[in-house]
Design a protein around this ligand. Structure first.
Ligand code: HEM
Length: 393
């Protein structure tokens, strides 16, 4: 098997592990001339980049990608907590954390179970064909739309628009994907805003109701930011959580013994998901843009540079996780970089794990035959996400 040529190819390569192991053993943080990116992959360097205030989530001169022009997609993008730094980020992060804190685990699991049952019936993912991939994409975003208080009948449309919008803002989007994504962003914004302004949103115990209670709290928490970050909950959930479910099923199909153990002891599913997140990370890398000269791992990195932060390699660094490639369900306090860390660290880890645990448990209890998973597993085309798109034969 050929090795990936660089960390962007590794994200969806059949065997990224040997490539990351070689990087970790033989290289240190360096500048890749071809990619025009600094590459940080050791745990210590990844942690340093993620906490360095000089390393921002967007280039200073381009807070919103120019290709998005003056479109609704640009408005949503520019107001996302994920895409801002400093004062605006602090205010938006406080808002999203406050809203997510109102979500009760019981309600989350109950809605996840409801959607698993509904989509099993509707999509029939265990039958031959690509239904399993559709199920993995539809489930997390449907649960999140439901929690936001968006009516059930709008869920399929929302999932499609979210998929289109993500393709348009991901690194490497084609002109066609950008055009489709811009339209999708306009539809998403109209749909979420209509729901937010409706009478039900004031009383239905939804996440939109929680957002309402914060509106106008300060200059950064106004209607456009609330709508953008409600959409952000959908976009941030969509691809990565689909990847967590798909990568877990693919991994179980490789290890019959593990599958048996998990089926008979479903309490182990959260521990399994943690190890899948570490070894088969659905988000493999992220980027930072250097706003002022800084020093990382002894390298002088000048303002204007960009850094590829290889989270998936840091998970496999044996200085923080001994025998890193081994899936060990009793591993104690593993270092996990898949959700980022520090100021931009993901607030959705528990949500992703809860939804995925309900899905994996239900599929196994209903007798999913993993020997019927089509091989080799294919991945969604991406430079940063590793999302198995499963099919059954
Ligand atoms: C397996 C599933 C998930 C993975 C692997 C994942 C991964 C990540 C990563 C790596 C980041 C930080 C990116 C960076 O620093 O450059 C992030 C940010 C974020 N994630 Fe997740 N995520 C997942 C699920 C979710 C879910 C379910 C939500 C729902 C609320 C969510 C909401 C967010 C938000 C709002 C941010 C931006 C935080 C900020 O910039 O301060 N994520 N996620």
């Amino acid at each position: 098997m050929t090795m990936p040529g660089n960390p962007l190819e590794a994200a969806t390569h059949a065997n990224p592990w040997s490539y990351y192991a070689t990087l970790l053993a033989e290289r240190s943080m360096h500048y890749d001339d071809a990619l025009k990116l600094w590459i940080a992959f050791k745990a210590v360097d990844v942690a340093q980049v993620l906490r360095d205030p000089a390393c921002r989530v967007r280039p200073l001169d381009q807070p919103v990608p120019l290709v998005l022009g003056n479109s609704p997609a640009a408005d949503v993008f520019g107001n996302l907590v994920r895409m801002n730094d400093r004062d605006k980020h602090v205010a938006l992060k406080r808002m999203v954390n406050t809203v997510l804190d109102t979500l009760l685990k019981d309600k989350l699991e109950q809605r996840a179970q409801y959607w698993v049952n509904k989509l099993l019936e509707e999509i029939k993912p265990m039958q031959a064909g690509s239904g399993m991939a559709t199920f993995c994409y539809r489930l997390p975003v449907s649960v999140m739309a439901d929690l936001l208080g968006i009516p059930e009948e709008k869920s399929a449309g929302i999932a499609e628009w979210v998929g289109d919008f993500i393709r348009c803002i991901a690194p490497g989007g084609t002109p066609e994907q950008i055009a489709v994504g811009q339209e999708a962003a306009a539809k998403l914004r109209a749909c979420v805003q209509e729901q937010y302004l409706s009478a039900q949103a004031a009383t239905n115990g939804s996440l939109l109701q929680s957002f309402k209670q914060l509106e106008n709290q300060n200059e950064f928490i106004q209607l456009p930011q609330i709508i953008a970050n409600s959409i952000g909950f959908l976009t941030q959930t969509y691809e990565a959580t689909a990847g967590l479910i798909g990568n877990t099923l693919a991994c179980l199909s490789d290890y019959a013994e593990l599958q048996q153990r998990i089926t008979s002891t479903p309490e182990l599913i959260p521990a399994l998901l943690e190890e899948v997140l570490r070894v088969h990370a659905p988000i493999q890398n992220t980027r930072r843009f250097v706003a002022e000269d800084t020093v990382i791992a002894g390298n002088k990195i000048s303002a204007g540079s960009a850094i590829l932060v290889v989270l998936a390699a840091a998970n496999l660094d044996d200085s923080v996780n001994p025998s890193p490639e081994e899936m060990d369900l009793s591993r104690r306090n593993p270092s996990l970089f898949t959700f980022g860390s520090d100021s931009h660290g993901c607030p959705g880890k528990d949500i992703a794990i809860s939804i995925s645990a309900v899905a994996v448990n239900c599929l196994l209890q209903q007798g999913l035959n993993l020997s019927k998973l089509a091989r080799p597993v294919r991945f969604r085309a991406s430079l940063n996400a590793r999302v198995s798109e499963l099919a059954m034969v």
